[in-house]
Design a protein around this ligand. Structure first.
Ligand SMILES: *Cc1c(COP(=O)(O)O)cnc(C)c1O
Length: 488
């Protein structure tokens, strides 16, 4: 119950509620003899289950749900994660019985509608990105990165090239170097310039004969558009390398430009950020990968193909493919939501997504610029990165301010990321927020900045209105306690 242990209000587990013999419902005796169960299958001791009434159960889980925070509760400005509102209509589409109840082993003849969804979604993503073909198989953004890197590795080895290094800007998302390592390669950091973007000369200096290519997050994790990306692509291509574009932040550029036009050879899309599947909670996600013409034959299998009779099927008949990256055909219901979203908005609607995402972030940037330090001034894309440099003089950290935001009813922004900004505060309001909700968020931030200037010490104990205050985050990550056990 103390602030130091991190727990302000302990919710008893369902096991600690109730009393022996208490039941939810009374089932009438059917009057029939119980079927005989073989002796060896019988339990030796009674299972340890909570003995609770129906009302206690409903209240317990409703209370737990109210301790949670989600997009349905309020603004969720977690930069780089695009925690935006996802239209209910897309959920309805994914819940349709013909999609939701389809068995993964159903033959193609009985799944033409589902295959049509995949076929159309692939073509929609091709249209949006300008790539030549798309696979929908990877199950997340990072999984798409790995599949894309495997495609690059196969393409290089097909021409007898054994390059093993990949350039990664210091503004890249953390999954990029991790994917390079998982692919058995080595990540080489390239520093961004004083404006926070990549300089072609820095890339040229690092672009040796053993470098397979570069991975570029665009917009980068400073929320900045890589304005010289086309020149960077030319430098990399001239040295025989390939350009991987991390497309997780596509909501900033949808309908505005096609990544392929800037020299991107491989890109992943995060359907669970940009295209109407909620992000977070461990999934399910989907990270389709688009590739340029010369790389199409290396895409993973199975691929959706249309026969001469117009019928669709899943085909493994691609001898140069990197092979399978996932069971069955991928996260199908995420694909249904994505297609419903893309079709629902249409080309003009998708372009407005990008306009609104960028406008909202720049509004936050402009409103808070005088109060929080802005390490890279100038317009941003879909997120604005601040730091605690000003408040730090009074001993107030990014963590203090983020925690106080919870007392004000908001989810904190992404903190201490990107790493190149000391005490970073990365705010992505997302395109689905209106001015009113952003104004409320800005007012909360302004009040916190004011508190930092007038009564800084109080902030170290924030939050004080939430069920949990400041848990030991390292311990929580290293030794997570995910289930209650009797006696724990
Ligand atoms: C979220 C994100 C990823 C990783 O996507 P996951 O689905 O979480 O694996 C990669 N790059 C960027 C820029 C991201 O924002």
């Amino acid at each position: 119950m103390s602030v130091t242990s991190g727990v302000l209000h302990e919710e008893p587990s369902i096991f600690e509620r109730g009393a022996p013999g208490r039941r939810g419902v009374a089932v009438p005796d059917a009057g029939a003899a119980a079927p005989a169960i073989p002796e060896r299958l019988l339990r030796r001791s009674a299972p340890l289950l909570p003995e609770v009434s129906e009302l206690e159960t409903v209240r317990h889980f409703t209370r737990l749900s109210r301790m949670n925070y989600g997009v349905d509760v309020g603004l969720y400005p977690l930069g780089s994660c695009t925690m935006k509102y996802n239209p209910r209509a897309c959920e309805d589409a994914a819940a349709m019985a013909g999609f939701a109840d389809l068995h993964p082993y159903a033959p193609a003849s009985a799944s033409q509608g589902a295959l049509e969804v995949m076929w159309e979604l692939e073509r929609a993503l091709v249209e949006i990105s300008g790539m030549s073909a798309v696979t929908l198989l990877p199950a997340a953004g990072a999984h798409g990165e790995l599949a894309g890197l495997k495609v690059i590795r196969k393409a290089l080895s097909a021409r007898g090239d054994a390059r093993k290094k990949v350039l990664i800007p210091d503004t890249a998302h953390g999954t990029n170097p991790a994917s390079v390592a998982l692919n058995g390669w080595q990540a080489v950091e390239v520093k961004s310039n004083a404006d926070g973007i990549l300089d072609p000369s820095a890339v040229a200096a690092a672009m040796a004969d053993d470098v397979a290519g570069i991975m570029i997050t665009n917009p980068n994790t400073l929320g900045l558009f890589e304005g010289r990306i086309f020149e960077v692509s030319q430098v990399v291509h001239a040295k025989g390398g390939l350009v991987y574009g991390d497309g997780a932040n596509l909501n900033a550029i949808l309908g505005k430009y096609r990544p392929a036009c800037l020299g991107i050879d491989v890109i992943q899309f995060n359907l669970h950020k940009t295209f109407s599947t909620p992000h977070g909670g461990g999934g399910p996600g989907s990270g389709p990968v688009g590739v340029a013409h010369d790389l199409v034959r290396f895409l993973p299998v199975p691929r959706v193909v249309r026969g001469p009779d117009g019928m669709l099927s899943l085909s493994d008949a691609f001898p140069d493919s990197i092979g399978r990256v996932r069971s069955f055909a991928g996260q199908f219901l995420v694909m249904v939501r994505a297609l419903a979203y893309i079709r629902g908005l249409g080309p003009e609607g998708l372009a407005r997504v990008a306009e609104r995402a960028v406008l909202n972030a720049n509004y936050v940037r402009a409103r808070l610029a005088g109060r929080l330090h802005l390490p890279y001034p100038g317009p941003c894309m879909h997120e604005a990165v601040f730091s605690d440099k000003v408040q730090g003089k009074a001993g107030v950290t990014t963590m203090d301010m983020a925690k106080r935001l919870m007392d004000k009813g908001f989810h904190p922004p992404t903190v201490y990321f990107p790493l190149i900004v000391h005490g970073a505060i990365m705010i992505e309001p997302t395109e689905t927020e209106d001015k009113q909700s952003i104004d409320e968020f800005v007012a909360a931030m302004e009040a916190i900045v004011e508190e930092a200037a007038t009564a800084p010490d109080g902030l170290h104990a924030a939050p004080s209105l939430t069920p949990v205050s400041r848990p030991d985050e390292v311990e929580a990550a290293r030794r997570p306690v995910l289930a209650w056990k009797p006696g724990s």
